[in-house]
Design a protein around this ligand. Structure first.
Ligand SMILES: [Zn+2]
Ligand SMILES: [Zn+2]
Length: 198
């Protein structure tokens, strides 16, 4: 009976994670939780304006590294549970594969609670808020890259970088920013540029 319930829950979550409504609810929930955490951290005002801005930007840069590490070593790694959903996205880039919408906000709130046990509460809230903002930006960016045709040349180049990843899965792991691909040497270099170097 218990295993039947676990199986039913698993099936329900699996269905949810490919539904369009879940993907959209996730983008909204991620944005709202980041705004709530940042607002609460700003409101407590324990670290002054310079500390607030520094914590926010540190959190954004930290998120971009987390995004790179997860994508390179977990989504394209050997842990099948992590790689499975991402493989589906590579097979069907226009699909709606996403985590159940309530999971990332719950993880962010839990992280804020854990950090607050050993850091000033406003730092815990601002840092988690910035990580959540980065995650929300990642979700919105990834959705836009696969759903929109950009006109602006810089935006087209930025989107092309992720489309290249879909053709070369060992290159361009950063979606929001190419920063860590440049730093860690996984930026795709077009064959034409390779030729020019020799
Ligand atoms: Zn993609
Ligand atoms: Zn990938």
């Amino acid at each position: 009976m218990a295993s039947f319930r676990v199986n039913a829950l698993h099936a329900c979550l699996a269905r949810l994670s490919t539904a369009r409504v879940n993907a959209h609810a996730g983008l909204i929930a991620d944005t709202l939780v980041s705004l709530a955490l940042l607002g609460a951290g700003f409101w407590r005002n324990e670290v002054g304006i310079a500390g607030t801005v520094a914590t926010f930007f540190f959190g954004l840069i930290l998120f971009s590294l987390v995004e790179y590490v997860f994508h390179r070593w977990l989504f394209h790694g050997y842990v099948d549970l992590m790689a499975q959903g991402h493989r589906q996205h590579h097979e069907d880039p226009a699909g709606y594969d996403a985590l159940p919408f309530f999971m990332p906000p719950l993880a962010m709130l839990t992280l804020a609670g854990v950090l607050a046990t050993f850091a000033p509460t406003s730092i815990a809230l601002l840092l988690t808020g910035a990580l959540a903002a980065g995650y929300a930006a990642y979700g919105l960016a990834h959705t836009a890259i696969h759903g929109k045709r950009f006109q602006q040349p810089l935006a087209r180049r930025w989107a092309a970088s992720h489309h290249i990843h879909h053709h070369h899965p060992d290159r361009n792991f950063g979606v929001t920013t190419p920063l860590w691909d440049i730093v860690l040497g996984t930026r795709h270099v077009p064959a034409r540029e390779h030729g020019e170097q020799h």
